[in-house]
Design a protein around this ligand. Sequence first.
Ligand code: HEC
Length: 262
Amino acid sequence: MSSGHKKPQFDFLFMKLPRGFFYAVILFTCLATIPPALIIRARSVPRESRRIHLIQNMDNQPKYKAQQENIIFRDDRSMRQPVPGTVARSQMIGDTHYWLGTVDGTYAKTFPDQITVDMKLLERGRERYDIYCLPCHGATGVGDGTVHARAMQLLNLTPAENNGTTWVQPKNLHEEAVAEQPLGQIFYTISNGKNNMAGYASQIRVEDRWAIVAYVQALQISGNAADYPVPDSDSLPEQKIVLDDDQAAAESTDSDKEGAGS
Ligand code: HEC
């Protein structure tokens, strides 16, 4: 039988296996697609029940959400109402004149009752102004503070050197548009800022803001002083407010002048 036809080994292998084996392979392949199909379904179909979460790590805890029913309370709401008489911080303003600088929705034209305008208030105002306002608005209020000077220096550099800095000059407080503003508006600007200027309510206490208002007004009046008749000229100011310690100073300079003149 040595001359017999030689079958390839490959064929031989297949023919020898029982048929059932091939059916088993096909069946197994089909069944194998079921678990992934189930997983895909589980991940894509929304369900009411929670997913299985074996290691809890305190991930789920009972709590009430807004608008939910809650039978613990008599009104069945989980959201509680504020205790009667509760005042939110922003609602605490009864006296708008003092706290906001407004009366009946417009800027106040007078100082509030809590503020007495005297030399002490002006001194306090000057001190606070020098701390908080002078760096920008300058000692006299014309808007030439050191911050402004520095900004102008930076503006003179090339955009590459100053990162494209831009600058709005602090307002000249003697400008008509500012000088004519009611006191309450100045107070409002100090408290809340204006355009490019930040508000100072968080840094300056309310009584100090009024002191600054008084001082700004004093600056504005003094800014117009050139229009007043000057001492040693023919006329004297029609109205001059003299405060006690000023009077002494004025007298001493007067006598100095007389002394120098004779
Ligand atoms: C960091 C700089 C800076 C400081 C500090 C500053 N200001 Fe100003 N202020 C400005 C600038 C800039 C403007 C102009 C704002 C604009 O019109 O864009 C301005 C505008 C104003 C105006 C005019 C508002 C209006 O109605 O046009 C008043 C009044 C004023 N400042 C008062 C004050 C007082 C008082 C203080 C101190 C508590 C103060 N500022 C501190 C920069 C400053």
